[in-house]
Design a protein around this ligand. Sequence first.
Ligand SMILES: Nc1nc2c(ncn2[C@@H]2O[C@H](COP(=O)(O)OP(=O)(O)O)[C@@H](O)[C@H]2O)c(=O)[nH]1
Ligand SMILES: [Mg+2]
Length: 299
Amino acid sequence: MSRFPAAVNSPFSPYFRPNMIQAAFIVNREHELILDERTGCRPVGEEELKIVSILSRIITGESPYVGHADLDELFASYTTEDGFFFCLLSDTYDDRIAVERTLISVWSEVLPCLRKGDMCDARTKITQQITEQFIKISIFGLPAVGKTTLVRLILGKILPIVYRPTIGVEVSLVPEGIFGHHQGLVIWDLPGQSKFRTIWPAYLKGSHLVLIVTDSQLESVLWSRRMLSNVRVWAPRAQLLGIANKQDLGRALLAERVEKILDIPTIGLVALDPDRKQKHSFLTRVCELLGIKPIPCIN
Ligand SMILES: Nc1nc2c(ncn2[C@@H]2O[C@H](COP(=O)(O)OP(=O)(O)O)[C@@H](O)[C@H]2O)c(=O)[nH]1
Ligand SMILES: [Mg+2]
């Protein structure tokens, strides 16, 4: 039995369709594009960007103003204040009242960051608020344990053979058909380096599932165990799943052993090169924890 109710208006329902905000733009009073965040999978073309730029030149003012424009396949909702122009592009068939509500609520959080000149915080607030209605899966663990490899495994992208430490957070929209027929999941790939320690709470906030990734070496498993009490505070409603990754390496602790140490459900994985069965049981386990009906494995 799922631990989550599957009401039709709940993000956990397979019928749920969140508003797909495709992009957010901020233009300053010098007409410079100071923020360009792509939050959806639909490409935003040069034509649409040109219209946003023209709108920003015509509309930008000092006092608050909210407006809309139909751009062929996308819908622009914008607001202006303090000489800034803020615009969200959504799908034309999205609920426009809900999009406007999102615009106003995001802007009320972002404007104070802009006044302080804190673009990093502005960017985090935008991504956080826009993806709030989605099911949020966060991936957390020490550097180089295989978090980004796991994201690419889930999304079916080319796997990284060369290690590139993740700079900041990477948020990816999960296409329908990976975790069941569900639309509206996002994966947050968090940076593991301790210099990002201060932003972990903000990044983990609102997670529905946190994948605690270890490389199955004792040191990273013990580190994860120590971090678990923090994760429970930062993401209080999240399900937790341990990943005993790099099971192919000689000194890897068995998944059962990692599970005992972490004291949370844990599965073994070779994220770099999983066999079909291993990948399927990982995806099924995630679906179970989120209360999503998984797609049966076709052999
Ligand atoms: N042997 C082995 N290497 C892996 C596995 N998963 C990831 N790696 C490698 O570990 C390194 C770090 O992976 P990455 O996903 O970038 O780590 P992150 O810093 O946690 O995001 C990369 O060189 C990957 O190819 C695995 O299951 N087995
Ligand atoms: Mg990474």
